[in-house]
Ligand binder design. Structure first.
Ligand code: SAM
Length: 250
């Protein structure tokens, strides 16, 4: 069998599909905690497609040496094409993504868009990557999870699935917790505290114990702004530009 459905999609269930040489790497961490419970309850569905099942020769070859020379191996376009066609046929045509360090950086807004759609099919690279022609032929979106190189795309696919799944209705414990997280409103999250109020000589800031909701909101915004300005000048600039544009309008 070429595909293994851990939880067959029904109706509008959000579908995560991983095209991979290592199907056993799924669901991995997504079999645990809230995502795992949601998978059990069929709030989302996960399917793995074993790329090797689409190899055409008796050795089940999926890769070859790079044209033009160089180190490593490249995943073959003909094998990947068959795997992609089969997946698109059986899933009804999901957005197709290739995880790669040279892709556009993954953002919370792209995650939201994908979570609002029918799901996502993710091509997990191995070796040096995949033949360019198959990416062009299927108009594949290329996404990176950061400026570092992993040994394969499976962990990156799990990152993308995780970020999407937690936004699906009924998956997170409290929907409200999503509204004030990092990136919502363009800022990183403010510092969090819980009991005990005193711990190793460190005290929870007075304002958070004041019960004054206006002051708490203002303090959290100040903190979020300071952290964003210090750690992420790129986000801070976008935030300031947006604020300036809003002021110009009013
Ligand atoms: N030769 C590639 C390059 O220089 O960009 C790196 C290949 S890497 C060893 C093998 C696979 O891991 C890639 O095809 C990709 O699927 C995945 N991968 C590695 N780093 C990644 C990242 N930062 N984001 C997303 N996928 C990544």
């Amino acid at each position: 069998m070429r595909t293994d459905s851990k939880n067959k999609p029904t109706g509008q269930t959000w579908q995560a599909v991983a095209l991979t040489l290592f199907p056993e790497m799924f669901p991995g961490s997504l079999g645990q905690s809230l995502a795992g419970q949601a998978l059990q309850k069929a709030k989302w569905a996960l399917q793995t497609v074993d790329i090797r099942g689409f190899a055409q020769d008796k050795h089940r070859t999926v890769d070859d040496s790079p044209c033009g020379g160089g180190a490593g191996m490249v995943m073959r376009a003909d094998v990947l094409d068959l795997a992609i066609q089969d997946t698109q046929h059986s899933t009804g045509g999901l957005p197709l993504v290739y995880m790669t360090p040279r892709g556009r950086p993954l953002t919370q807004s792209r995650v939201k868009e994908l979570a609002e759609g029918p799901g996502v099919a993710v091509l997990c690279g191995r070796y040096e990557g995949v033949d360019q022609r198959v990416l062009e032929a299927h108009n594949v979106e290329e996404i990176s999870i950061g400026d570092y190189v992993l040994s394969g795309g499976e962990v990156a696919a799990l990152v993308l699935f995780d970020a999407c799944v937690r936004l699906l209705p009924g998956v997170m414990g409290s929907n409200a917790s999503g509204d004030e997280e990092s990136f919502e409103g363009g800022l990183l999250e403010y510092p969090l505290y819980t009991r005990p109020v005193e711990w190793q000589g460190r005290t929870v800031p007075d304002v958070l114990r004041s019960g004054h909701h206006g002051n708490i909101r203002a303090w959290r915004r100040e903190q979020a702004e300071a952290i964003t300005r210090e750690r992420r000048p790129d986000l801070w600039k976008a935030y300031e530009d947006k604020r300036a544009a809003k002021n110009d309008k009013n």
